[in-house]
Design a binder for this molecule. Structure first.
Ligand code: GLU
Length: 510
């Protein structure tokens, strides 16, 4: 107990000192990069940048059976797209390379045996068959199914001899049987666990590769990690982890276990099935999908930042603003329900905040027929309307079509006759033909005057012109659309619409 209070004071002191943080994002390349991983990486990044420290990417790939080819690349691309640049990592190197755990095998071997030498770990020769039999027996007796400690009391010299002779073995942690262990999580405070509940976990597997428990503790120490920010799934083995660090005699990092994400209904954790349901409705929990769906990284970051961070005041933030305002003390350990309409909100807000040239550049892949100067003219037409970048074509496709095909039924406005509609088109043509080019500012007043002149509403007159020029009842602002479309094409479309109605009147008259 004395130690844990001492540790607690040390931790708090360090927290207050605000020394440069070295944080790491340590994903296992076992699947796709999702919101949970991205949020951990974001908080790691914010803390490192804010304190003038470093943010590290470490790939935890020692569970080779679960490794999914391509997932390391997806993680790296996800981080780059989000703008979470790391200072050290497998592809950029750094003073503590290698940053891929599969390339650090000898290091873990060395440290596993250091624990054996210290009497805090031991080789275990139990076969998988024996372990399975014991597990079943204990289950039947309603005992806990952890390791029964068969090899714990082997004579150390005898055990070493068997290892030297090449007998298959693992290295297990020798968890204390008496007393309690207090581990301090920054968000949850001290967590005390009776030691008999802590299993003799495997540290080094029979294939010579470490488990997470050993590899992560060793690397966090060797890489000088000051804050371990990770998912709450690690809370159950948290006491083991602090015991391992203490057995080595190392200084503990600050531990932060983040909240879990719940499905949008708030009932239960997100499952694979929920993830595909989200996709069916145009959303996703995977970073690569959100990118493909046309969300902007600024919006995605803002959205995930607030899942567990109780920010005070304006919650619209760029990455730089988050760096300034981030505070571990404001993180909330309570589960957070995923709210996709907030994603839409933040994506739209951040699209509107992008400078014109930047938004134009980002829209280029979605509107390949337009060059940058044209895109910069299109941006003001649609900026206010976009939630995702991929919506751009549906707003401005009429600019890239040779002709549009308005429906006669849509051309003729509400409570208007065909005759009145033709009149609108004829008069608009006369007005616009008198301009050498169609500048939105210049044509606005005469077109508004036309509304007066015809005794119709603005909605009626502009509705007719909108359908004639864009082929649709909903479009970006009309005058600006005409300006970007250009004089010739605008006039042609108005003439075509007029002809369409005239042809129709003839048919109807016949
Ligand atoms: N490799 C672990 C995971 O992907 C990392 C947990 C941690 O950050 O320590 O869950």
């Amino acid at each position: 107990m004395a130690l844990s209070i001492h540790a607690l004071i040390l931790l708090l002191e360090r927290c207050l000192m605000n020394r440069p943080a070295r944080t790491r994002f340590a994903p296992s390349p076992t699947g796709r990069m999702h919101l949970g991983g991205a949020r951990t990486a974001l908080y790691d990044y914010l803390l490192a940048r804010q304190s003038g420290g470093q943010f590290i990417l470490r790939i935890e790939d020692t569970d080779t059976r679960r490794t999914v080819p391509g997932s390391e690349q997806e993680l790296i691309e996800g981080l780059r797209w989000l703008g979470l640049e790391y200072d050290e990592g497998p592809d950029v190197g750094g003073p503590y390379a290698p940053y891929r755990q599969s390339e650090r095998r000898e290091i873990y071997h060395h440290y596993a045996w250091e624990l054996v030498e210290k009497g805090a770990a031991y080789p275990c020769f139990c076969s998988p068959e024996r372990l399975e039999r014991v597990r079943k027996e204990r289950q039947a007796q309603k005992l806990n199914t952890g390791y029964d400690g068969f090899c714990r009391h082997l004579d150390p010299d005898e055990a070493r001899r068997r290892v030297r002779q090449g007998e298959p073995h693992v290295i297990r942690f020798k968890a204390p049987r008496e007393g309690t262990t207090t581990a301090v999580d920054l968000l949850r405070g001290p967590i005390t666990t009776p030691n008999f509940m802590i299993d003799d976990y495997i540290l080094l597997k029979s294939d010579g590769l470490p488990t997470y428990h050993l590899a992560a503790m060793v690397d966090d120490h060797l890489m000088g990690i000051t804050h371990v920010i990770r998912g709450s799934e690690w809370l159950s083995t948290f006491p083991l982890h602090v015991l391992i660090v203490r057995a080595f005699g190392w200084e503990e990092p600050l531990w932060v276990h983040l909240s879990v994400f719940l499905k949008p209904s708030g009932k239960g954790k997100m499952s694979k099935r929920d993830a595909s349901l989200a996709m069916d409705s145009g959303y996703s929990i995977y970073i690569g999908d959100l990118r493909a769906l046309g969300y902007v990284p600024e919006g995605v970051l803002n959205w995930i930042a607030l899942m567990g961070w109780g920010v005070e005041g304006d919650d619209v933030m760029t990455l730089e603003e988050m760096v300034r305002r981030f505070d571990l003390k404001h993180l909330n350990p309570a589960p957070a329900a995923i709210n996709f309409s907030k994603l839409d909100h933040f994506s739209g807000v951040h699209i509107r905040r992008l400078p014109t040239a930047e938004l134009a550049r980002r829209l280029q892949p979605y509107l390949p027929a337009a060059d940058l100067p044209l895109l910069e003219r299109i941006v003001p037409l649609i900026r206010e309307r976009l939630i995702t970048l991929d919506e751009a074509p549906q707003w401005v496709d009429f600019l890239f079509q040779d002709e549009v095909h308005p429906q006669p039924g849509e051309l003729v406005g509400k409570n208007m006759s065909v005759e009145q509609t033709k009149q609108v088109l004829r008069r608009a043509l006369e007005i616009l033909e008198s301009f050498p080019e169609l500048e939105a500012k210049a044509i606005e007043a005469p077109l508004r005057a036309l509304v007066e002149e015809l005794g119709l509403s603005a909605g009626q007159v502009f509705g007719v012109l909108r359908v004639a020029v864009t082929g649709k009842t909903v479009s970006p602002p009309l005058m600006e659309s005409m300006e970007v479309l250009g004089r010739e094409r605008t006039l042609n479309r108005l003439r075509k619409a007029l002809q369409l109605l005239e042809a129709q009147s003839v048919t109807e008259g016949a």
